[in-house]
Design a protein around this ligand. Structure first.
Ligand code: S3P
Length: 172
């Protein structure tokens, strides 16, 4: 297969439903490098789901664990790192990600995001009376921040997960 040596971890950022996990796995497979996932690491360490952590300990607690996990992964491993949708909002996290890695915004449009997240109850932030409106507001607030990523890759709705992975690979 391929023999990629990553100089820096590739950090995928962007909204819930953008495909960070799926594209991250596909990209890691294409490059034969490890796949890392901050949400999965947090769940493993706490032995709880993200929803349970939000419910029991609150969002601020979750964000603190998230920053620790991302820092640890960036310091100890190189690979493709998928992060939770809120991770890039902290300036300190952004700094870490761009110093120790290369950040890539998977920019999917709102209708694609909604089609991927609707009906699932794994996203505590969308547990509101009007989840579509909530998603739209989150997208609008966050888009200018995600745009600060080192690379921006548009997730065209016609693309497959592997097309997206190829797109990111080409941008590296
Ligand atoms: C969040 C996104 C989730 C998870 C948590 C908060 C967010 O990850 O970290 O529910 O703030 O956008 P995904 O982006 O993988 O859904």
């Amino acid at each position: 297969g391929t023999h990629w040596i990553l100089k820096k971890t590739v950090v995928l950022v962007g909204m819930m439903g953008a495909g960070k996990t799926a594209v991250g796995k596909a990209l890691a497979a294409r490059l034969s490098v490890p796949f890392l996932d901050s949400d999965a690491e947090i769940e493993k360490a706490a032995n709880m789901t993200i929803s349970e952590i939000f419910q029991r300990d609150g969002e601020a607690f979750f964000r603190a664990r998230e920053s620790e996990v991302i820092e640890r992964l960036l310091d100890t491993q190189r690979g493709i790192l998928s992060t939770g949708g809120g991770a890039f909002l902290s300036e300190r996290n952004r700094q870490m990600m761009s110093d120790k890695g290369v950040s890539v915004w998977l920019n999917a449009d709102l209708s694609l995001l909604w089609s991927r997240v609707k009906g699932k109850n794994t996203r505590p932030l969308l547990r509101t009376a009007h989840p579509y409106e909530t998603l739209r507001k989150i997208y609008e607030t966050r888009a200018p921040v995600y745009a600060l990523a080192d690379l921006n890759v548009a997730a065209d709705p016609g693309y497959s997960i592997d097309d997206m992975a190829a797109e990111v690979e080409a941008a590296l």
